[in-house]
Design a binder for this molecule. Structure first.
Ligand code: THU
Length: 147
C-alpha cells in the first residue's frame, strides 16, 4: 500500500508513524548524521520507540529498528509486536522517500513476528511517500527461521 502522507492512514497507523518521526529526534548519529526513528506497536496498543545509536567503534552502533524491537522484547517479552513504523531524516527534516530497513533488521523483525505468532505490519514513512506492508515476509523473501 502506498500513501502520499501519514494523514491518509488510519488513526492507529498515523499515531505509530508520528511516534517514529518523533523518535528520529533522539537519534545519536554523530558519524552518518542520518537520524532514524522506529516505533513498535504491541498487541495491547502500547508503543515502544527507538532510534539509531552510533559509536566510534562503528559496528557497535545499532539501527533504530533493532533498538526498538530489542527493548520491546526485553521489557514486554509476552506481548506480540503487531506493527513497526520507521522514519528517517537529515538536518531536522524528514527524508522525502521512506528509509528501507537493512537486512539485519528485517531478519530480526522476522523472528519477532514468529515469536509473536501473528503478522507484524511494517510502515515506512517518508515526507512524500509512505509504504505499508502486511507482514515481514513482504520485505524479506525466503526467511531463515530455524537451524
Ligand atoms: N539506519 C537505521 O537505523 N535504520 C535503517 O533502516 C537504515 C540505517 C542507521 C544506521 C546508521 O546509524 C545510519 O542509519 C546510517 O546508515
Amino acid at each position: 500500500m502506498e500513501y502520499d502522507s501519514i494523514e491518509q492512514m488510519n488513526p492507529e497507523d498515523r499515531e505509530l508513524a508520528q511516534a517514529a518521526i518523533n523518535a528520529t529526534k533522539h537519534s545519536y548519529a554523530p558519524y552518518s548524521k542520518f537520524n532514524v526513528g522506529a516505533a513498535v506497536m504491541l498487541e495491547d496498543g502500547e508503543i515502544i520507540t527507538g532510534s539509531n545509536q552510533e559509536n566510534a567503534a562503528y559496528p557497535s552502533g545499532l539501527c533504530a529498528e533493532r533498538t526498538a524491537m530489542f527493548y520491546a522484547s526485553a521489557n514486554r517479552p509476552d506481548k506480540a509486536m503487531t506493527k513497526i513504523a520507521v522514519a528517517a531524516g537529515q538536518d531536522g527534516k524528514l527524508c522525502d522517500s521512506p528509509a528501507t530497513p537493512c537486512g539485519a533488521c528485517r531478519q530480526v523483525m522476522a523472528q519477532y513476528q514468529t515469536k509473536g505468532g501473528r503478522n507484524m505490519e511494517i510502515i515506512l514513512v517518508g515526507g512524500r511517500k509512505v509504504w505499508k506492508f502486511e507482514k515481514v515476509d513482504d520485505i524479506l523473501p525466503f526467511i531463515f527461521d530455524s537451524i
